[in-house]
Design a protein around this ligand. Sequence first.
Ligand code: NDP
Length: 309
Amino acid sequence: MALLMRTDSDRAPWWRDEVAKLLPDLDFRIYPETGRIEDIEYALVWRPPQGLLRSLPSLKAIFSLGAGVDHVFADPNLPEGVPVVRLIDVQLTRQMTEYAVWHVLRFHRNGPEYEAQQRQRVWREVALTQTVERRVGVMGLGEIGGAVARALVGFGFDVAGWSRGPKSIPGVASFAGREKLHDFLARSEIVVCVLPLTPDTTDILDARAFAAMPRGACVINIGRGPHLVESDLVAALDAGHVAGAALDVFRTEPLPQDSPLWSHPAVTLTPHIAGMIDPRSAVQQVVANIRRIRAGEKPLNIVDPRAGY
Ligand code: NDP
């Protein structure tokens, strides 16, 4: 039996070594070296080429190399009846939380203003807002968004969250469903997007969303690039309605050299690094699920294909 890994990163050999420590009998193959495809029972993938998964006749599970599964469901011809399993990893959640907190604090403490002042050798205080007076909104209150919201509550922020169904997280006001999106955005001075990418959430950060936010709002996108209509963001920044943005994900990655986001003074960007999967911790979940399947049990963290996340 074999596992086929397909990834854009150069971490495949590292994964192979980590899997071998726990499952030495598993034949670990790295795409495009598939070998005999009939042997392949497990696929561990990031952005698999369309049709690849369906071409594997013995496949028992598709493991996403990420918390999101949009890159798997982008293939319209997935094999029927094979579970898609997403990654829930404590280290990944922690990194995403760090990234969100980093930028929330930066905007909250007037970081961009002080950075600009330093460049001009200006020594001037900017009025300070207390965390209890700062309204932060988290879009997506799942594994990661829930952790982000709880961390922000720990700093004393006035936190709200938006999700499909209502949520009960101490200190977090719950807004649920499309009909509550406007009210949620209208009360949020700093918005963190950590939604999964589905047809319902594509383009959710558009001109209407920015108009709903209070003037001077800041936006942090660590979900997926297609959540954000980049041209609408640039327009809202240029109009001064949105004051700043911190972006980790983009519609096209790597971000094209001619994107206006690179040089926009109100944008801080990073190359999709908010959460980076560490094979040393993430391997545990993959191996545990392979063991479950071998024992005739269902793997944990199967994605509902109808919800798409
Ligand atoms: P979860 O599936 O645990 O949580 C998703 C949350 O989004 C849930 O609260 C869900 O609501 C909510 N949601 C989904 N669809 C809608 C909708 N239509 N309207 C309102 N709320 C909605 O996901 P994770 O927290 O594990 O991950 C979130 C995303 O973060 C991933 O899908 C991935 O895209 C991104 N990510 C980015 C990384 C990076 O490096 N930038 C790294 C890791 C993840 P409900 O609770 O009601 O179901």
